[in-house]
Design a protein. Structure first.
Length: 303
């Protein structure tokens, strides 16, 4: 059984098509990235997964429970960390988490609440009023609220937006632990280096449609933008390779940066260098990162 099954989901707001037939399967235990520019439909899709928005067509299920027809069971399987800082100013941190536990019918949940607060460095703020917390601390509480019922599926919508480095490290350490223990994590973020470091698979949305869906490792290999940097001890770059030079001129002396689309191209480049009599002093393959890939896909509209 999949953790999340999204099938042909459509949603429009008057003339705006927010989601245009999105289909995704997120397996149990995955660390999955959902990426896209502003207005791509990410928030609408997350709201649909959470049961906050009813799609015009299609369906979403969490661990086999339809979010529309079996909402209560689906919601118990899901924890969502929203992008907006939403909180009740009249309660302390501990009271807030106890109240959240009550929404799921959980009594005597203090042991797990204490563990969550400890892992998010909230213990010393347990009796502080929510309105007295900094923005970063409030965001930690939002994460804690999403976890009080130990959901097997956790959705993080821009969880580190506007927070300090310490919280990022604390959060990712805890979330990585939960993922290792079997929790499914779905992450949306504009910090693409975070997605590249954490996610095993990624879907990219553009104008309400999935334009890329692949394992992170395969995506990084497939997309053009990698460079082979070579330093020649002697000889020169053959004329037949000069069209691969990434810049108008080579880097410095006998250093060249050559564009490569796939690893298989590297062997051919080295063979042509040997045939020309050039001797390689140093060589480095610099892979395209997720930001390069994201920009290429958004420009093309597809892989």
């Amino acid at each position: 059984m999949s953790a999340i099954q999204i099938s042909k989901v459509e949603k429009s707001y008057k003339s705006l098509k927010a989601l245009g037939g999105v289909s995704l399967t997120i397996e149990q235990g995955e660390f999955f990235g959902l990426l896209g520019p502003n207005g791509a439909g990410k928030t609408t899709l997350i709201s649909t997964i959470a049961g906050l928005i009813r799609p015009d067509a299609g369906s979403v299920s969490i661990h086999g429970h339809d979010v529309a027809t079996d909402f209560r069971a689906a919601r118990r399987k899901l924890g969502v960390v929203p992008q907006e800082l939403v909180f009740d100013p009249f309660f302390t941190v501990r009271e807030t988490l106890r109240l959240q536990s009550g929404y799921f019918g959980l009594k005597n949940n203090d042991k797990w609440i204490d563990e969550v607060m400890e892992n998010l460095d909230l213990t010393n703020k347990a009796d502080a009023n929510m309105r007295a917390l900094s923005g970063g601390m409030k965001r930690r509480v939002l994460v804690a609220q999403a976890l009080v019922h130990k959901p097997p599926v956790i959705v993080l919508d821009e969880p580190t937006a506007g927070v300090d480095v310490e919280l990022r490290q604390t959060l990712w350490k805890f979330i990585s632990r939960l993922n290792r223990e079997g929790h499914t994590i779905v992450l949306t973020t504009h910090y693409l280096e975070e997605a590249q470091a954490m996610c095993q698979r990624v879907a990219m949305l553009k104008s309400g449609k999935v334009v890329a869906l692949e394992k992170m490792s395969a995506l990084l290999r497939r997309i053009s933008g990698s460079q082979l940097n070579v330093h020649l001890a002697s000889g020169d770059l053959p004329e037949g390779l000069r069209h691969l030079v990434s810049h108008d001129e080579h880097l410095d002396g006998n250093k060249y940066s050559l564009r490569v689309n796939e690893y298989s191209e590297v062997e051919g480049i080295l063979a042509r260098l040997r045939e020309s009599g050039a001797v390689i002093d140093d060589m480095q393959l610099q892979q395209a990162d997720l930001e390069d890939i994201f920009l290429q896909i958004m420009e093309r509209g597809t892989v």
